[in-house]
Write a protein that binds this ligand. Structure first.
Ligand code: PSU
Ligand code: MN
Length: 302
């Protein structure tokens, strides 16, 4: 590979030996969670994956270099530096060109993971159709990236701040399979369940991995979502969340926040109005998803 990419030794070894690898995004470190919770999540997610016998590959950009397998220093930079760009598929090339520090979203992380044949990816919640999309046309590139690459994505649905009804429908339109792990319904990120039925609920890790093994033989070039609910003790009621979301949306409108600034702005506002209940839920669901991802990846390769 060209010198635009830098793969850590651990990840390179895992690629060579065909060992299980789980990719992680870095936008949630730089723009999704406040310091120091972001460092804690980054480290504990890696640990959860590794404790299950898989290799973690956090992806991000340091001084214009695309790194697959960020080390502790890299994570510190992305967690603390206030000038880190948020890069999706439309602007990742520019951050590389300008030699910036940049955090990759779900969309750009799976694009990079795919170049190196990394099949598994874990996050908290994917992006989707924004609530006011009818007027703004703001639909996350995550959805389109998921339909262009074959990644197995462990997540708690799409973020609660989105229009989850439209997101669910667009996932179907784009050919992205929506699986539940021990759930019949797509989760709502900070809350446990939306009204939307998953395409199939698998009750065990080995059933999921058997299905993914079959899927890999189909030459079906679409991603698959594996939904894992927020741990029950940290789940919040949908009504409470909607109250906070409405307040945050009004504030965003007043301050003319839009585009890629919108998601981080809303999350910050809601963490404030919920007294960090949403932050606690966010932290716990990501680490819980990493644990599940480590287990599924390990099972898939054995
Ligand atoms: N999930 C979180 N926090 C985040 C994100 C997801 O808990 O910050 C990020 C992801 O990187 C996702 C991005 O890809 O938000 C979506 O942003 P946008 O709506 O601008 O595409
Ligand atoms: Mn957007």
């Amino acid at each position: 590979m060209s010198n635009l990419f830098e793969i850590s030794n651990d990840v390179q070894k895992a690629i060579d030996l065909k060992k299980p690898i789980v990719a992680l995004e870095s936008t949630l470190i730089s723009h999704g969670l406040p310091y120091p919770d972001n460092i804690k999540v980054a480290k504990e997610s890696i640990k959860a994956i590794e404790d299950n016998g898989s290799v973690a590959a956090t992806i991000g950009i340091i001084n214009g270099k695309v790194k697959i397998g960020l080390n502790e220093d890299d994570i510190n930079i992305l967690a603390k530096d206030h000038n880190v760009q948020k890069v999706s598929n439309h602007n990742i090339n520019l951050s590389i060109f300008k030699k910036e520090n940049a955090a990759t979203t779900v969309a750009s992380t799976i694009s990079i993971a795919s170049i190196f044949g990394i099949k598994f990816f874990v996050t908290g919640g994917i992006g989707g159709v924004h609530l006011n999309a009818k007027n703004t046309y703001d639909v996350s590139a995550d959805l389109y990236s998921l339909s262009e690459h074959t990644n197995y994505v462990i997540c708690s649905g799409a973020k609660s701040i989105l229009d989850l009804n439209k997101t669910y429908e667009l996932l179907e339109t784009l050919g992205i399979t929506r699986l539940g792990y021990k759930t019949d319904h797509m989760p709502g990120f900070w809350f446990s369940e939306t009204k939307h039925q998953v395409d199939n609920n698998f009750e065990s890790i080995s059933d999921i991995s058997n299905f993914l093994k079959l899927n890999s033989k189909l030459n079906h070039k679409k991603s698959i979502l594996i939904f894992n609910k927020v741990p029950e003790i940290n789940a919040i009621s949908e009504d409470k969340i909607n109250e906070w979301i409405n307040g945050a949306l009004l504030k965003a409108e007043k301050n003319k926040i839009n585009g890629k600034e919108l998601t981080p702005f809303l999350i910050k506002e809601i963490n404030n109005s919920s007294n960090n209940k949403t932050l606690t839920a966010n932290v716990s669901l990501i680490i819980n998803n990493a644990d599940l991802a480590g287990k599924i990846a390990k099972n898939f390769y054995t």
